[in-house]
Ligand binder design. Structure first.
Ligand code: HEC
Length: 393
C-alpha cells in the first residue's frame, strides 16, 4: 500500500485524537482556573479551607472546597488530571513529526527564507522545542521567578525571540506551527515536570504524616496561571495553517506576536470577569489589533496595470507549477491525490478554484516552499486573471 495514503489516515486519526484530548485538557484547565478565582469564604468554619463554591451542572448541585494547603487527612480516593495534557502533547507531537518533520521540504523549509536541507531543518526545530522549555523553566526557577512582572516580561521577550528566529529560518507556515509546538510543549511540561511531581510530593508528605511544603502548591499554581494565558495564542497557532494571510506576510513574526497578544488580552478579560470586574478595554484592544492587522495585510487587487493573460497561459502556468500535486494523479512524491481536493489539471476546475488560487498565490502560500519554482511574473499573471473575473478565453 502507498505510504503516502497510509500517512493520510494516520494524519486524520492522530488529529482527531489531538482535538479530543486538547478539548478535554483545556476544558479542565479553564474550569479549575475559574473555580479557583471564584471561591467564597467557607461557611463551615473549617480553618484549613481556603474557599468554597456551590454550583449546578447537568441537573445536579455540587459543593467544592479548596484547602489552604492540604486537608488534615489524605482522602481515600483522589482524582488526578494529567492524561488529558499528556495525550494532547503525544498526539500533537506525533502530528508535528508526521507533517512538519516527515515532509520537511514541503512544510517546514522555504528556500526563499533559508535554504536548509530537511535534516538540518528538523534538527533546528527539535533543538528549539527543547531550548524553549529549558530557558523558560530556568527563568521560573531562578531567584526572580517569583516576581510575576519580571517573569512575564522575560516570557514575552522569549516569545519575541522564538517568533523572530522561527520566521527567519522556516517557511511561514512551518514557523507558526513551530512556535505553537514550542508553547504547547512548555504548557504540557509545566504539567509533567512541575505540577504533577509537586502534587506527588504533597501526597507523599501527607502519607508520611507531615504537612506538605506549601511551595509546591505555589509553584503549581504559577505554572497553571501561565498555561491559561498561553491557551488562546496556542490555539490560534494550531489553526493558522488554514490562514496564509497571517504567515504569508513578509513581517509574519510581527503578525504572530500581535495575534498572540490579542489572544492573551481576551483570556485576561475572562479571568478578570471571574473576579467580578469587567475591563472591556481588553477585548476592545484585542479587536483593534486584529482590525489593524486585517487592514495592513489586505492583498493588493492585482498588480497595477497588469493585463489579464489568456486562459491558455493560465492553464500552462497551472500545469507547470501546480498540477504536479493538484491533479487526479499527482506526480509529486508523497502525494496520492489532489491536496484538499483542489484539482488544477482541468479548465473547469481551474476556474472553480479561481478565488482560492489568487489567495494562495498572492500570499505565496502556494506552491509550498515554492517547490515548483513559480516566478513572480507568473504569480502576477494568475492574480490579474482572477481579478479580471477569471475569463475562460
Ligand atoms: C508540492 C505540492 C503542491 C504544489 C506544487 C502546489 N500545491 Fe497547492 N496545496 C498543496 C497542499 C499540500 C495543500 C494543502 C495544504 C494544507 O494542508 O493546508 C494545498 C492546498 C491548496 C489550495 C487549497 C487551500 C485551502 O486550504 O483552501 C489551493 C487553492 C492551492 N493549493 C493552490 C495551488 C496553486 C494555485 C498552485 C500553483 C501555483 C499550487 N497550489 C501548487 C500542495 C501543492
Amino acid at each position: 500500500m502507498d505510504p503516502a495514503y497510509l500517512a493520510e489516515w494516520a494524519n486524520l486519526l492522530i488529529r482527531w485524537l489531538h482535538l479530543i484530548t486538547g478539548i478535554a485538557w483545556i476544558g479542565t484547565s479553564f474550569y479549575f482556573i475559574g473555580l479557583d478565582n471564584q471561591l467564597d469564604p467557607p461557611r463551615d468554619g473549617n480553618p484549613r479551607v481556603k474557599g468554597e463554591q456551590w454550583s449546578i451542572h447537568g441537573g445536579g448541585f455540587y459543593h467544592k472546597q479548596k484547602y489552604l494547603n492540604a486537608p488534615a487527612e489524605l482522602p481515600e480516593k483522589l482524582h488526578w488530571f494529567k492524561w488529558e495534557a499528556y495525550w494532547t502533547w503525544l498526539s500533537g507531537f506525533s502530528l508535528f513529526m508526521l507533517i512538519y518533520w516527515g515532509q520537511a521540504s514541503t512544510y517546514l523549509v522555504d528556500p526563499a527564507v533559508m535554504a536548509l536541507s530537511p535534516g538540518v531543518a528538523v534538527a533546528i526545530s527539535a533543538a528549539m522545542l527543547v531550548a524553549g522549555w529549558v530557558v523558560y523553566d530556568l527563568a521560573c526557577r531562578s531567584k526572580w521567578g517569583e516576581q510575576e512582572n519580571l517573569l512575564s516580561a522575560f516570557g514575552v521577550g522569549l516569545l519575541v525571540v522564538a517568533a523572530f528566529v522561527a520566521c527567519h529560518v522556516f517557511s511561514g507556515r512551518g514557523a507558526f506551527l513551530q512556535v505553537g509546538a514550542m508553547t504547547g510543549t512548555i504548557m504540557v511540561a509545566n504539567v509533567a515536570m512541575v505540577i504533577i511531581p509537586g502534587q506527588r510530593k504533597m501526597v507523599a508528605a501527607m502519607q508520611a504524616g507531615q504537612e506538605p511544603d506549601p511551595k509546591y502548591g505555589r509553584w503549581g499554581k504559577q505554572r497553571s496561571v501561565h498555561n491559561t494565558y498561553l491557551t488562546l495564542p496556542v490555539l490560534f497557532l494550531m489553526i493558522s495553517p488554514h490562514y496564509p494571510m497571517t504567515w504569508g506576510a513578509s513581517w509574519n513574526w510581527v503578525v504572530l506576536l500581535a495575534i498572540t497578544l490579542a489572544g492573551a488580552l481576551v483570556r485576561q478579560f475572562f479571568v478578570q470577569r471571574q473576579f467580578g470586574r469587567n475591563p472591556v478595554a481588553l477585548p476592545a484592544a484585542a479587536a483593534l489589533v486584529v482590525v489593524v492587522l486585517a487592514v495592513l495585510l489586505m492583498p493588493a487587487r492585482g498588480p497595477a496595470g497588469g493585463e489579464a493573460p489568456a486562459f491558455a497561459e493560465v492553464q500552462a502556468i497551472a500545469a507547470a507549477r501546480c498540477a504536479t500535486c493538484h491533479a487526479a494523479n499527482p506526480t509529486q512524491d508523497g502525494f496520492v491525490e489532489a491536496p484538499k481536493g483542489v484539482r488544477l489539471d482541468e479548465p473547469g476546475q481551474i476556474r472553480r478554484w479561481a478565488q482560492s488560487i489568487r489567495q494562495q498565490v498572492a500570499s505565496e502560500a502556494m506552491p509550498p516552499g515554492n517547490l515548483t519554482e513559480i516566478t513572480a511574473e507568473e504569480r502576477a499573471k494568475l492574480v490579474a486573471w482572477v481579478a479580471a473575473g477569471a475569463p475562460r478565453e
